[in-house]
Design a protein around this ligand. Structure first.
Ligand code: SF4
Ligand code: SF4
Ligand code: FES
Length: 872
């Protein structure tokens, strides 16, 4: 650490960083706009000025931008020097000349970095009396709102959108005081990470358009720490609620997982919680009933009959465990289709026993050579794709380091790197959104992808099984061998065990990290919970072995062909379903129990990294909604801690769930952690239209969080942070004050417990089942699944903003027989679908990729052979 004197006070600062970073890390209130820990410094706004002195005798000093000056040993600066205070005042006055004074009606008001910085700088009077510059705003689609008059030209938006996230359709236009940030014309922002503009922009130019539909100020919402339910990466979020409506999702910084950014599915998919098709009351044989009668019916049916339970990979460990306890371990069945369950179990075994480390998303950003085998990351694990986009900078960065350019000096680094990228190798059946930064892409059928992987592993280690000679495999092997931090990514997207095994072989041979994607937010947890197979559940009902089937948060029509589900449900005398949204399975139920979503329940998920993480209810559920584990629990479990303890005893591998967050008895100086930010006006007025006496805040027996603004003013442990706020820091930038060092881990450690660490290298054998080469069939196509960030996820499909962006289901193939856009019939064992064709010339002959998860292509088992023909 370097010692830097700030107004004569010696402070420890990271010498590899700049003075602004050092000052903020030391708790100084130094205003800034254009700098961001994830984007580095460009010195555009001039707001972070400090005075720098040559030595202790220098009285004159010179004004420098703290974000552009290294925190070198012995540096002497002043934040409080009157000249530099006046300079910063002049800058903010200039930035505010054209800024509308519309804080009271601005969506950003109350959590605006510009507001905070204006107050911090002391600018409180407008001398400018002339007309302000005005712009025409753009319609940027259903997710992000645009109000360009609020812009202060800090350039953060374009730097994030283009340089960090790889988007092309947002830019800076025009010049002088007419500089405009937007698209060349109205239209939906193309980046799947556009929602981060809402937090990156320090003013109210880019705001959350979904929040606009049910707007509430930050201080009027209550928040809870949560975990995203829309893919398996487990990004940390904070959910904001008011009066029973979930208002929005914001990023909850976790240094090791999502850092500062979410994907748009994760940020905007939350609106399914407010959906019109939410189930809010128990329904028995088509009639609404009370919670007490519903529970009585459940108990009676289970006691008198032969009940089995079908769990779910999209709900918590606790809910799955409560169902397993209710029906008995022998009668508990996995809610994952058999082929997918097999793949997830295979990945689990590799992660448990292999010598490869499963990296965090932050570690992925630092990898210097990446091989992706079989995954279209942007569409299945979006935040991982964003991490891989950062990894392609690592190897070129070595040259920057040799030139001794500080890594935070953004323009210097980019000038030195130019367009150098990679190495990143992508081997998939079809085109991916990361191809634009790939060193090379390789398109093949799943079996050939596996063979390609086996060839790479063999090129790295001749002891690994061989498939065939493949020159590109040698090149990739050389790159992986030369890398300091090599990484292999694979997963379940190709539905191929061979692809997963080949990826494991490459990682083992290259001594590389190995990252797997998984299909749903708790696929790994559900696999660890175990249970009999889903097909066995269907069989048990059809054979009459079971007469009651309890389905937990799982639309079975998405797991198996509808004819199979129909016949099973028809054979079951009693069908009991717990879920949040009405769906084809709930429609077949004798009893429907309204289950709390992530926003109305507490629970634990295990991410694809193997990170065990807790989410907390943000509000007390309305009407008769309850967390699934509460519907199912035995009487002697009083609260979440009881469930966790019982689960740890029954399934020791899941004991770590107890440590995912402090228990319900946790207190700071005897106080709970408030879910609500402070309100100057007091909370008493919030419900005055209902009752002028302030009602008692609801109890929360399950967590250390309170449903009120009363509680500890201290910063809570990472797993319990409901919102980021510090004195003077009302915007999301308050996160700086929660970190040990700005941009680094949170104080007290980041949230979550990792389950899998690499096993010692004990000569674990390579996988040896090399599949035969793919051979196309005459008049038949190998149908492989193709996922879409907007559409393939069941829950976010019920969010209006996401639904508007949902991909049109189609079939992608390489053929001269069909024209682009032509409608074809895809005929396979699980059904016949009419879909438009998309021609992808680089796809292998004989392979067709089918949009899955979007009606009509749901519940089918792929890969499968099928026919594609013009409709008759
Ligand atoms: S739109 Fe926001 S982020 Fe972009 S330059 Fe303007 S103030 Fe900065
Ligand atoms: S990457 Fe996955 S977990 Fe993260 S925000 Fe997006 S959908 Fe949610
Ligand atoms: S933050 Fe330093 S110049 Fe903008």
């Amino acid at each position: 650490m370097a010692i830097v004197y700030v107004d004569n006070k010696p402070c420890e600062m990271n010498p590899e960083e700049n003075l602004l970073h050092g000052c903020l890390s030391n708790g100084f209130k130094l205003p800034y706009f254009c700098w961001h820990p994830a984007l580095g410094s460009v010195g555009a706004c001039r707001q972070c000025a400090v005075k720098q002195f040559k030595d202790a005798n220098d009285r004159l000093g010179k004004i420098v931008m703290s974000c552009m000056t290294p925190a070198a040993e012995g540096t002497r600066i002043s934040i409080a020097d009157p000249e530099v205070v006046a300079f910063r005042g002049g800058i903010i006055e200039g930035l505010m000349l054209n800024h509308p004074h519309d804080c009271p009606v601005c969506d950003e008001g109350g959590e605006c970095h510009l507001q905070d910085m204006t107050v911090m700088t002391g600018h409180d009077y407008r001398r400018y009396e002339f007309d302000k510059r005005t712009f025409r705003n753009q319609d940027l689609g259903p997710l992000v709102n645009h109000e360009m008059n609020r812009c202060i030209q800090c350039y953060r938006c374009v730097r994030y959108y283009r340089d960090y996230a790889g988007g092309n359709d947002l830019n800076a236009f025009a010049s002088r005081d007419q500089v405009f940030f937007g698209r060349s014309e109205d239209g939906v922002l193309e980046s799947e990470f556009s929602g981060n503009l809402v937090e990156i922009c320090p003013t109210g130019v880019f705001t959350d358009k979904t929040l606009k539909h049910h707007y509430a100020r930050k201080w009027d919402q209550q928040f809870a720490p949560s975990v995203c339910v829309h893919c398996a990466l487990g990004c940390n979020t904070d959910a904001g609620e008011r009066f029973g409506t979930l208002r929005r999702i914001v990023n909850r910084y976790n240094h090791e997982v999502n850092g500062y950014f979410l994907c748009d599915r994760g940020r905007f998919g939350y609106e399914f919680v407010n959906s019109k098709v939410r189930l809010r009351q128990p329904v028995l044989r088509g009639r609404p009933t009370s919670a007490a009668l519903a529970r009585k019916h459940l108990d009676q049916t289970v006691a008198e009959g032969r009940a089995i339970g079908i769990g779910s990979p999209r709900t918590s460990l606790e809910a799955n465990f409560a169902l397993r306890t209710l029906v008995g371990a022998d009668h508990f069945y996995s809610g994952i289709a058999d082929p997918e369950a097999k793949l997830v179990r295979l990945m689990l075994e590799i992660l448990r026993q292999g010598p490869m480390r499963t990296p965090t998303l932050r570690e992925i950003e630092e990898c210097d050579v990446v091989l992706i085998l079989g995954e279209d990351l942007t569409n299945v694990a979006p935040r991982m794709a964003l991490a891989v986009r950062q990894s392609v900078r690592q190897q070129p960065m070595e040259a920057v380091k040799k030139l001794k350019i500080p890594l935070w000096l953004d323009h210097g680094v980019r000038d030195a790197m130019q367009d150098a990228k990679g190495p990143l190798y992508i081997a998939t059946p079809y085109r991916t959104r990361l191809d634009d930064v790939a060193t090379a892409t390789f398109r093949a059928a799943p079996d050939d992808l596996a063979r390609f992987g086996f060839a790479i592993a063999h090129a790295l280690d001749s002891g690994a099984p061989k498939s065939q000679d493949w020159p590109p495999a040698d090149e990739i092997a050389r790159a992986l061998k030369a890398a300091k931090k090599p990484l292999v990514i694979s997963g379940t997207s190709c539905a191929s065990e061979a692809v997963i095994e080949a990826a494991a072989n490459v990682a083992m041979a290259a001594h590389a990290a190995l990252s797997f994607t998984a299909p749903e937010c708790n696929s790994i947890g559900a696999a660890l919970m175990g249970g009999n197979s889903l097909s066995a559940a269907f069989q048990a009902v059809r054979d009459g072995y079971a007469d009651t089937v309890i389905v937990l948060e799982n639309d079975l029509y998405r797991r198996a062909p509808s004819a199979e589900v129909d016949s099973m449900l028809k054979a079951a005398p009693h069908v009991i379903v717990l879920d949040h949204l009405s769906n084809p399975t709930t429609e077949k139920a004798e009893l429907v129990l309204p289950a709390g979503t992530f926003a109305e329940s507490d629970g634990t998920f295990i991410s694809s990294e193997g990170r065990v993480q807790r989410f907390f209810q943000v509000s007390v559920p309305q009407i008769e909604v309850m967390a699934s584990w509460r519907w199912l629990k035995p009487d002697h479990w009083q609260n979440l801690d009881d469930v966790l303890r019982a689960m740890g005893r029954a399934l020791p591998e899941l004991e770590a769930a107890c440590d995912a967050a402090p228990s319900s008895t946790f207190r700071i100086a005897g106080a709970k952690i408030p879910r609500s930010p402070h309100r100057e006006s007091g909370r008493t007025a919030a419900l005055v239209n209902i009752n002028i006496s302030e009602p008692k805040a609801p109890d929360d027996p399950d967590s250390a969080l309170s449903f009120s603004m009363e509680g500890t003013p201290e910063q809570p442990p990472a797993a319990l942070i409901p919102f980021f706020w510090s004195p003077s820091w009302n915007s999301i930038q308050a996160v700086n004050t929660y970190q040990k060092e700005v941009g680094g881990p949170l104080r007290g450690g980041d949230a979550g417990v990792r389950l899998f660490e690499p096993a010692p290298r004990n000569g674990q054998p390579y996988f040896s089942a090399v599949p035969p080469a793919f051979s196309p069939r005459r008049c038949e196509w190998l149908l492989v699944p193709m996922y879409h960030i907007f559409g393939s996820d069941e829950l976010s499909l019920a969010a209006p903003g996401i639904r508007e962006l949902t991909a049109k289901p189609h079939v992608a193939l390489n053929s001269d027989e069909f024209a682009e856009g032509a409608e074809v019939e895809v005929i396979c064992a699980d059904g016949t679908f009419r879909l438009p064709v998309t021609i992808q010339r680089e796809m292998p002959a004989g392979v067709a990729a089918l949009s899955v998860g979007i009606s009509p292509v749901v519940g089918i088992s792929l890969p499968a052979w099928g026919k594609i023909a013009r409709p008759k």
